[in-house]
Ligand binder design. Sequence first.
Ligand code: DMJ
Length: 589
Amino acid sequence: MSEPSLRKRKAQLSRPDSNIEPSKPAVTQEKSRDYRRIIYAVCLLSVAAFIYQYPEVIEKLLNEWLGFSEDDATIDGSNSDSIVDFSADVAKQNAVVEAFKHAWLAYERDAMGDDEYHPISRKGTNLTEAGGIGYTVVDSIDTMLIMGLTGEYARSRHWVANKMTFDRDANFNTFETTIRVLGGLLSAYHLSGQDSIYLEKAKELADRILPTFDTPSGLPLSQVNLGLRKGVYDSDYPGLVSTAEVSTIQLEFRYLAHLTDEDIYWEKAEHVMAVIKAARMPHGLVSIFMNAVEGKFATSAIRLGSRGDSYYEYLLKQYLQTNQTENVYREMYDDTMTAIHNHLIQQSPTTKMTYTSELVPERNQQGQISWRLTPKQDHLVCFLGGSLMLGATKTGATVHKISIPPKPRELTKEGLRDWKSGVELVKTCMRTYDTATGLAPEIVHFRIPSDGMEVSALAPMDWYIKGAKHGAPAVYDARYILRPETIESLFIAFRLTGDKRYRDDGWRIFQSIQKHCRVGTGGYASIINVDQNPAEQEDKMETFLMSETLKYLYLLFSDADVLPLDEYVFNTEGHPLPIFNPTIRTGFS
Ligand code: DMJ
């Protein structure tokens, strides 16, 4: 019993008659009963008026009393009944189409068919001495189809049908060739209404890649000699393959298996996932390198950035591509998202920016390994915000059809966790665009108490570009190479919430690209230092500008009926592939 109530009881015991009222005359008693009735009536009327005026408060109290902890409000606190406006912003879409044409027409004029383009020198180059394989052309075709650029599309198709060849005796990166060329061909096949030329080429390319899987573990080698049809070890990392690379080919090979009815494509790619699952490390995260002979993780960093990123991305997308029928991917995804929250997701000390850190292994003199948490985040990680939000509405949903934006009660505890982290990560990525050019650097570091840095212009409150110094040559981390990840997340976030702020953010980035990366004579260049205005350009236009950055911007301003997220998964290079019900079942659990 609590102190005050004990005290009250003692007082009552010491005054035994205190509850007994002196008797009153009958008329007075009648009058006081009338007063009480009036007071009750006034109270009742007030309650009724309050309920009438504020029904939602009563509903909330009732829900709480009934055990529903959450009310019906949407997750961002907005009005759940408001109608989300998904109509296209045509003016902004047209501006993006104009930018695409500015990039494509310059490439077509100066370097048609070459793998890469250098807009300042107005030259093309190939990845190898043996000649090009259509990197830029194939990476751009589906964007032309989506944007309705019929002339550009017809010329590109003609090039694929008449000039493209994979008979090149040279080593190409297995993963890059798969995501850009195989993914591009498959997407073009679907979006063109099944033009068979693309499927023929896709099949030929996949057949040339298949020998890379002939390793003792079944993990594909990093490089492939397309002409000789042979897997090749990367001499920079003897015996090793990168985790993201081996686990980011599955959407492409599975879709090809579905289209051709040839299980071999799926079986080879799926086996990689079984090897990764069997090699699971205790915390559920993955190191960025694996041993191609043993199929085990090599002691190497754990991160969501380079060489790690798309492993996490494809866990979710493999589950989505198969129409959420393959539980093994769902389990791997859920397990991994919990591990990410337990080990990698952090908050900056001052303004509580959510970010992901890296775990770097360090070996002591006795040979024991400990893991150092490093507050470093690649721009590449910015895919994760949108991915977490999308995952929350799929593996974290309690209802079949989730609202836009979701309501808290429509998400599981983990779904809510992932949604909130996703929203926060998108905000963080946007804040890394707060630079002199309005463009984000390749790599940011977040402040931690032990960094011993003063707060200054170059080391502000929460994040900074490591090694950047006024007047000194720009560091590698300070570049912006036309990367798409933040825009990709903005696109997904907009589709899942209808929140206009995501469109506004995307528009801001687009305007900065226009201002600093656009080359007057045609094309777009990377910039060397995001904190230098006017920016110095670098003579390289990455192919993902046309396959991802401009495509996601266009889709951000499109009507939500264009490539709906319930019907498509985008491969890691931005190539949309349709979701389907698989006839081949996954053979591991
Ligand atoms: C793209 O080639 C792909 O998105 C890949 O997964 C990682 N990086 C680039 C774009 O930044």
